[in-house]
Design a protein around this ligand. Structure first.
Ligand SMILES: Cc1ncc(COP(=O)(O)O)c(C=O)c1O
Length: 287
């Protein structure tokens, strides 16, 4: 099924959307975005995603976007296409104006979303575990904003792919690991589940937040604490989290096994708890 777009309120096939050449998202990456997962026709964690969308809009001072309307457009588009297993991509740009770096005074934000079927590519990796590389984090100092400026992430993901790996764990010059190119990550060191503290160095992952609360609910000790590259030989388990990856065990980093080279017991418990949440959601939600 072709992805179905909603472009400034008009529903059309994604291939028919025409973005103006002077759009600042196109020219400068002056835009923010969200990606939501849709399970059995229902968008998952909508409030969290729209809260983060709002935060991103405020952070880059894009004003005048009606989030209630945008949310309605998303729901209408999902229903129109009768999507079941899908993703919703939402992007808001500062709009079109003659090219000049500083904000234009009168641009109207462009609101594009589309719904696309999701054929889960991570099924096998979720069972067997996946491999990652480490890669320098060369991004800017506002990685907490979900902006479309993703060139450094794109580079890192490409290096990972060329190494036959699913992701790149990013590290700062002092060896501090931040997150992956398009996922959050968790590691287990001395029995404690650790993940990078929120701040400017990482995106506040929605899945990360849910997994932290699943840890708390299951009585699994969880702490916000940054791991270093030098900790990697000592971690017993490692996993990625993200909207499409969910909870993805990592069993090799830079060619070396994590733990015994298989998904560990805590990762398995969290995968089960995560799946259970989704099952509860699809069976009970009217969202
Ligand atoms: C840099 C980065 N970190 C983390 C994530 C995971 O965030 P979420 O769980 O909200 O999908 C993403 C998702 O795209 C990302 O791009």
């Amino acid at each position: 099924m072709e992805p179905l777009a909603n472009y400034n309120g008009v529903i059309m096939p994604l291939s028919e959307v025409r973005i103006p050449a002077q759009d600042r998202g196109f020219l400068f990456g002056d835009a923010i975005y969200e990606v939501l997962r849709i399970y059995q026709g229902r968008p998952w964690l909508v409030d969290d995603h729209f809260k983060r969308l709002n935060r991103s809009l405020s952070a880059i001072a894009i004003r005048g976007v009606d989030l209630g309307r945008l949310r309605e457009r998303m729901l209408t588009t999902i229903a129109r296409g009768k999507f079941q297993e899908a993703i919703a991509y939402i992007q808001v740009t500062r709009g079109s104006a003659p090219r000049a770096h500083a904000f234009p005074s009168d641009a109207v934000p462009l609101e594009l979303l589309y719904i696309a079927e999701f054929n889960d590519p991570y099924r096998q990796d979720r069972e067997r575990g996946a491999s990652v590389i480490t890669h320098p984090d060369i991004r800017w100092e506002r990685c907490d904003i979900k902006s479309t400026n993703l060139l450094a992430n794109v580079f890192a993901a490409q290096v990972a792919r060329e190494a036959g790996c699913v992701e790149a764990l990013l590290y700062l010059p002092d060896g501090t690991l931040t997150e992956a190119s398009h996922n959050s990550f968790f590691g287990i060191l001395d029995g404690a589940v650790l993940t990078t503290p929120l701040g400017n160095a990482i995106l506040p992952g929605i899945t990360r937040g849910l997994v932290m609360s699943l840890c708390a609910a299951a009585g699994i000790p969880i702490r916000e604490h940054s791991l270093k590259r030098t900790d990697l030989p000592h971690v017993s388990e490692l996993f990625l989290t993200g909207t499409t990856t969910e909870v993805l065990p990592i069993v090799r980093v830079d060619g070396s096994a994590i733990g015994i080279g298989q998904p560990g017991p805590v990762t398995r418990r969290l995968q089960t708890a995560y799946r259970q949440r989704i099952e509860n959601f699809v069976s009970t939600s009217t969202d």
